[in-house]
Design a protein around this ligand. Structure first.
Ligand SMILES: N=CN[C@@H](CCC(=O)O)C(=O)O
Ligand SMILES: [Zn+2]
Length: 400
């Protein structure tokens, strides 16, 4: 069965093989087709619909079904390559305290850990499913989900098992922080032994990735040596690497990520020139999470510096109860444009193609024949309305 989609005022393909056709500089690099049509059909390996044809509406072939979007824009579905959606509890009071001057230090993770351990499977599943639905309603079609609020073998495994029910992009983050019950004498080493031993062995079958909160500025998180140990153990267990780094201060995360061939280093709020040089030309994406700076009152990362140096940049939400309670990729795009010096086209690419690179997925992020038909519809004539109409719910994933 195939479906013809017409009434597309502006189709943003992000297809690098497509000529931009001399369009506006505002859409450079986006492979835009105006007054476009799409044919979606078949089913890929996992029976997801695939794009069969892309082009001007006047040249569209026939299909079994047709829908008319009535003059809306279509963009690739957003790829949110960094989230922590498996949690229970509420830390809105911590957010309120930060708004009146309290600094973020990672200490609140233990509060979420306690609430998450207490929740039943059914409660956690319902919370998770609601968050994924909230994301789809805002245009996100792929989400990466980390563990990290269980912090013991049983609850880390449970978080990953639940996350696997909604995405293949699952990340073992046992090394989020040292849990409160391991903060006494010798507890830190014992916890790292557990993370790199029994916990990793139990979690690896449910995860694609391993991650670590590499942040020597937080007494709860991990330094370079500890982070290296976690990442190397994860790699030996068959997992691919990602890193939380350089969130609270300059530190070893970015260069460690590059050295070990991690797919992405996430946050990148405080980078030295040497970090930027190391990222440029590496296979490691710098994933920026502007919702975190919004919610912690930290300075925004310098996206311009990274882009001008040729670093691959992605945007993600980092949706979590502590540092960013928003699941909205349109908001991240708006913040990137308003606060981080990214052009709208750069921000859109970072939220789509950039996210796909950060997850090392070449089947996602572009509207292109043979690729998955993961699409988002913008209730406006152009994608420019995403940052322009900030806060207005105009983007949704297209349900085919
Ligand atoms: N920084 C580490 N982890 C999360 C925050 C987790 C929390 O505070 O609950 C982040 O990516 O910002
Ligand atoms: Zn995070």
């Amino acid at each position: 069965m195939s479906m013809l989609i017409t009434g597309i005022s502006e189709l943003v393909t992000c297809d690098d093989t497509r000529e931009d056709g001399g369009g506006s500089p505002l859409t450079r690099g986006l492979g835009v087709v105006e007054d476009a049509a799409l044919v979606v059909g078949g089913g890929g390996e996992d029976s997801a619909p695939v794009v069969e044809w892309v082009g001007p509406a006047g040249e569209a072939p026939e299909a079994d079904w047709a829908i008319d979007l009535g003059g809306q824009a279509v963009v690739p579905g957003f790829i949110d390559s960094h989230s922590h959606l498996v949690f229970a509890g509420d830390r809105s009071a911590e957010f309120a305290a930060r708004m009146t001057g309290q600094a973020y230090d990672g200490g609140g993770i233990a509060v979420t850990m306690a609430a998450t351990r207490e929740a039943t499977d059914a409660q956690l599943r319902a919370l998770l499913q609601a968050r994924v639905a909230e994301m789809r309603a805002q245009g996100t079609t792929t989400v990466e989900i980390k563990s990290g609020y269980g912090l013991d073998v049983e609850h880390e495994v449970r978080a990953l098992r639940l996350a696997r029910e909604v995405t293949t992009e699952t990340t073992f983050l046992g090394a989020h922080v040292v849990p409160p019950d391991a903060r006494g004498e010798g507890g830190r080493e014992a916890y790292l032994d557990l993370v790199c031993g029994e916990m990793l062995a139990a979690c690896a079958p449910h995860a694609r990735w391993v991650d670590v909160f590499c942040e020597p500025a937080s007494r709860y998180a991990f330094d370079e040596q500890e982070s290296r140990r976690v990442l190397e153990a994860g790699r030996d267990a068959g997992l691919e690497l990602r890193v939380h780094g350089n969130q609270l201060s300059e530190g070893p995360g970015a260069q460690l990520a590059v050295e070990l061939g991690a797919a992405s280093v996430d946050h990148c709020t405080f980078l030295t020139d040497a970090d930027v040089d190391a990222l440029a030309g590496s296979g490691t994406v710098a994933t920026l999470l502007p919702g975190v700076e919004f919610s912690t009152r930290q300075p925004y990362p310098d996206a311009r510096r990274l882009l001008d140096a040729g670093v691959d940049v992605a945007l993600a939400s980092d949706c979590n109860p502590g540092t960013c309670s928003s699941s909205s990729m349109p908001l991240m795009i708006a913040l990137a444009v308003r606060e981080m010096g990214m052009a709208p086209a750069e921000a859109l690419r970072a939220a789509t193609v950039g996210g796909a690179r950060a997850l090392r997925r070449d089947d996602l992020g572009q509207v292109r024949v043979g690729r998955r038909a993961d699409l988002a519809v913008v209730a406006a004539p152009s994608f420019l309305h995403i940052p322009y109409r900030v806060g207005v719910p105009i983007v949704r994933a297209l349900e085919i």
